[in-house]
Design a protein around this ligand. Structure first.
Ligand code: GLN
Length: 304
């Protein structure tokens, strides 16, 4: 029997001792002011055992981790029609890369780069009655926690600095790959990125991706086949141009965000979430990736 708590404790001690913790995202003040020393990690097994270390109950901006919730909701709503508008290939490029949109006629490479996530946001806007309220309810339901919320200041700052996201949305619109007005789609997208959660809340909310589409409340949100596809996309595209490296080092499907969070999972076994705000050059949590590599190596548990 693996002693998960001992492994997390060890990783935490090692992480605290690291001098170069990466660079905290600075494009908006709300992220720039986060303590670079913060570190939390939380593991939840499919049987419901919980293990945590450090700041695992502290809220942070989930940013691009929200793209997994958005994709799963869109798949539940319109199924395979999504794939006419977004592809499923890794991009090998940064999350905000635009050039491929021109070349590939505005079918974004995958739902986890920003252009793809903006198309998914458009789908949610068209198919939810009260998009922002309904999406928040969905995330709250997955986590079984009604305290989860948008950080309106973060959403506002994202809007004021999101020039590349505007460029991307305008390109998509020019290719008829957005049904709704650019401003409305981006307002939704900036809000989904501005959700705040803790590692322990993420471990609960990701439960359905490790448990065949059924959330902790035993409600079936998506099919087993859809979960297979979402996990495949996380493995191949969840870390942008570092997806290969993450699979190589960690060996789990997962998703990162520029807030420094990562949620990853082993199907039928566990969800593991980590938060360390300093980022590496690819925009993924520097210590977060390292901590997960240590975890799968020490616990001898990965999809490989
Ligand atoms: N809000 C960020 C953006 O759209 C999210 C990017 C990320 O977390 N990788 O640029």
């Amino acid at each position: 029997m693996v002693d998960f708590q001992a492994i997390l404790n060890r990783i935490y001690q090692d992480a605290k001792a690291v001098k170069d913790k990466g660079v905290v995202a600075s494009y908006i003040p709300e992220l720039a002011h986060v303590d670079p020393e913060a570190f939390g990690m939380h593991l939840r097994t499919s049987e419901g055992e919980k293990y945590g270390v450090g700041d695992f109950d502290k809220l942070f901006s989930i940013q691009s981790i929200s793209k997994v919730f958005a994709l799963s909701k869109a798949m539940a709503l319109i199924g395979d029609a999504i794939w006419k508008r977004v592809d499923v290939e890794p991009s090998g490029n940064p999350y905000n890369f635009l050039a491929l949109l021109e070349i590939e006629n505005s079918i974004p490479r995958n739902p986890f780069i920003n252009s793809g996530a903006i198309v998914i946001a458009d789908i949610l806007l068209s198919n939810l009655k009260n998009p922002k309220a309904d999406f928040l309810s969905y995330v709250r339901e997955l986590a079984g926690d009604s305290s989860i919320n948008y950080n309106e200041e973060v959403a506002y700052s994202e809007k004021n600095t999101g020039f590349k996201n505007y460029a991307s949305a305008n390109l998509l619109k020019s290719f008829n790959n957005l049904e709704n007005p650019v401003d409305a789609v981006l307002d939704f997208y900036f809000h989904q990125c501005a959700i705040e959660m803790s590692c322990s809340q993420l471990s609960k909310a990701f439960y359905l991706f490790a448990n065949k589409g059924s959330c902790m409340q035993q409600k079936q949100h998506i099919s087993n086949q859809q979960v297979k596809r979402i996990n495949a996309l996380m493995l191949t595209c969840g870390f942008y141009d570092e997806a290969g490296e993450f699979a190589f080092e960690v060996g789990l499907p997962g998703k990162s965000g520029v807030g420094g969070g990562i949620a990853a999972l082993l199907p039928d076994q566990f969800v593991i979430s980590v938060w360390s705000p300093g980022l590496n050059k690819k925009g993924n949590s520097k210590l977060g990736v390292h901590a997960l590599e240590q975890f799968t190596t020490k616990a001898k548990l990965s999809i490989f």
